[in-house]
Design a binder for this molecule. Structure first.
Ligand code: HGY
Ligand code: MN
Ligand code: MN
Length: 400
């Protein structure tokens, strides 16, 4: 199967016909279909398919004579709600296509090469980004993970069990980690830093970023018979929190987004009893991100008091700045003939694995600069340039 054939086989899975956005949430039918696709492509290439206890998938190539820790590549199959086609899958399709290229050219890697599909990278179902790689590396404890629930209240533990995994076995996997020497993830660029003449770039760092849950609780009541003075409406401090997030981001030079809100009971003619909102905050330094969140928290508390509402705040995930391994970064950039090196504001499994091994990232130019939305795009020629780049990097790094 060529890159194009693999790409076209994946394209319709989980795609919303109206918006063109993707809904591939971990262990839902669309994502499970993507997992089946992954296994089929791996088996088509006689790669050894392995699922770990945390729901991550791996496909291993053990070239004759290859030994030592593997060079792992790959990315994730899941999406944000209404996400683009490239975020995640491009790294996996490119990985299979890069292995095809290496084989066609008679390459004899001295080390095994693996392709990973990490589970729940977007955190769109259970709320914690990079859940699969965090479990694998011990960045999140199994107890906390087992208790995570999706929007229907289903605990992760039961979803894992329903998919043949033992919730009691999730968690850090030193044995698997010891089999991996480094991780190199190819990903669509999420921004427009790559210039016209360079379709592939190399990551230098991932900026600090996290997500916080704000829970506003008031008193549900009738929209038509409750005087304003008698209301304890959580929607009002929520609205002030959203505005405060933008003001704080401007003040601290960070990015703050409220993209998800849940209203109970969510009725047109009912004053809500509860409003839950999630803040995504990112920025050039831990201090500025922390200052942004602290300011939003204070504003939310002030507004809650003003409206007789309570508010609680929980940090759901936080990733400090990730500086990719400079030796691997420079080696990759060197193989690519001095490719541009750029930071990213997006989180990735490579950022989580960086705590346990050298990791690097390749970015494939995205002419729209849009991501986490249907307009996310990479031109076919740039995708093939990405495959060539990944093959060259794997050939070099896996030489032994
Ligand atoms: O949210 C992120 O930055 C990544 O796409 N998970
Ligand atoms: Mn993403
Ligand atoms: Mn991604």
């Amino acid at each position: 199967m060529s890159f194009t054939e693999m790409w076209e086989a994946l394209l319709p899975i989980g795609r919303d016909a109206e918006s063109g956005g993707y809904h591939r949430f971990a262990w839902t039918p669309a994502e499970l279909e993507c997992r089946d696709w992954f296994r089929d492509e791996a088996l088509r290439r006689d790669l050894a398919v392995e699922g770990d206890a945390n729901g991550n998938l791996f496909a291993w190539w053990y070239p004759e004579g290859a030994r030592g820790p593997a060079v792992l590549t790959g990315s994730h199959l899941d999406s944000v709600p209404g996400g683009g086609a490239y975020d995640g899958p491009l790294g996996i399709v490119s990985a299979f296509a890069a292995i095809d290229l290496l084989r066609e050219r008679g390459a004899r890697p001295g080390r095994p090469i693996g392709v990973a599909a990490f589970a729940e990278e977007e955190g769109a179902r259970f709320g914690v980004a990079c859940l699969g790689s965090r479990l694998l590396t011990g960045a999140i404890g199994p107890e906390r993970a087992r208790g995570l629930r999706d929007r229907d209240g289903l605990p992760l533990a039961s979803v894992l069990a329903a998919n043949g995994l033992d919730p009691e076995r999730i968690g850090e996997d030193p044995g698997l980690l010891s089999r991996i020497g480094c991780f190199i993830e190819l990903h669509v660029e999420q921004g427009r830093a790559l210039r016209e003449d360079r379709p592939v770039g190399v990551a230098s760092a991932i900026v600090p970023h996290g997500r916080w849950r704000f829970g506003f609780a008031g008193e549900g009541n009738h929209a038509g018979t409750t005087l304003l003075a008698d209301r304890r409406d959580p929607m009002l401090p929520f609205a002030e929190m959203v505005q405060a997030a933008r003001r704080a981001a401007v003040r601290h030079g960070t990015l703050a987004t409220v993209g998800r809100v849940e209203v109970v009971p969510n009725g047109v003619n009912a004053i809500p009893s509860a409003v839950t909102a999630w803040l995504d905050a990112r920025g050039p330094a831990d201090e500025s991100v922390r200052a942004t969140v602290a300011e939003v928290r204070e504003e939310a508390r002030r507004a809650a008091r003003e409206h007789g509402v309570t508010v609680d705040l929980a940090e759901e995930s936080y990733t400090p700045v990730v500086g990719f391994d400079t030796a691997l970064r420079d080696r990759v950039a060197g193989v690519l003939g001095g490719a541009p090196v750029l930071p990213t504001g997006a989180g990735h499994d490579a950022g989580i694995l960086a705590a346990r091994m050298p990791t690097a990232m390749l970015f494939v130019r995205n002419p729209t600069g849009v991501s986490h939305a249907p307009a996310e795009h990479a031109e076919p020629d740039d995708c093939l340039a990405g495959v060539e780049a990944l093959a060259a990097v794997l050939d070099d790094v896996a030489a032994g």
